[in-house]
Design a binder for this molecule. Sequence first.
Ligand code: NAP
Length: 309
Amino acid sequence: MTEAFFGKIALIGIGLIGSSIARDVKARGLAKEVSISTRSTGTLKRAEELGLGTSYTVSAADAVKDADLVIVSVPVGASGAVAEQIAPSLKKGAILTDVGSTKASVIAQMQPHVPEGVHFIPGHPLAGTEKSGPDAGFEGLFAGRWCIFTPVAETDPAALAKLRAFWEALGSKVDEMDPQHHDKVLAIVSHLPHIIAYNIVGTADDLETVTQSEVIKYSASGFRDFTRLAASDPTMWRDVCLHNRDAILEMLARFSEDLAYLQRAIRWGEGDKLFDLFTRTREIRRSIIQAGQDVDAPDFGRHGTSQKS
Ligand code: NAP
């Protein structure tokens, strides 16, 4: 079995994802040294206070010197600029990976800067929350979650095996996919749900006939579940929309057609059509629970007062 241990890991970006990786690396002893870099002194100071690494710098280029594994965890729109900054300092033989939520765009931005002899393996852990920053991370975020690699044509199998061993040590299940396919899959399972949530919460906010206090007071009727997604980081999600534009637009077109079908069924009182669809979708929820991707607790396992209707 390939060893998951690295002499030096550099973490570029230390928000929710970067700091969760740092916590897991520390807890599992997966590196001798962990250098941390982030662009602002405020975030860097916080990372140091939390003891997330062994060295800290605002210079990404300095952080990656002598690193065997470099993990870029910044908004996808910034990945090209980061790759350009670190490229001259990357060690020959190092593995360079990222965690960005879109893959074709990240590859297009980063790959042109990757020096000869550096193994670039784009990745995406399908794990997260609506929170951001170094305080939002936690140990075990990736346990039982998928991490998808979208290797480029010339990827070295030994480097791939080493990175796979690393994510598996963090508790992830690893899969490989073509980047375009990844972007289509993620458009439907992640990007569209976030866009729908941003939209419904925005609509409720704009309504004149229902007051804002009523929206908040009666939110447990369903609205509340959308607000969690709609509270996600605006910078990250702006970048995801701009960098997975084609796949998102394709899925939105499909979604609008299906919504029109639903609208017609409601207008014409076609109860059978509604019942059939709602029965089919209930099965999807069952399959997700069976696959271990959620728990079967009512109300998503929330405790306390519930006003479901
Ligand atoms: P985050 O908590 O907001 O942290 C972002 C990090 O990137 C911070 O260190 C921040 O630095 C840095 N950063 C922000 N803008 C930058 C720029 N223009 N140039 C260089 N650095 C910049 O974000 P996150 O949730 O960890 O997300 C990081 C990546 O993971 C994104 O690509 C996202 O698509 C992906 N991802 C997120 C989730 C999720 O649920 N959140 C899940 C899977 C993958 P400062 O604080 O110093 O400004």
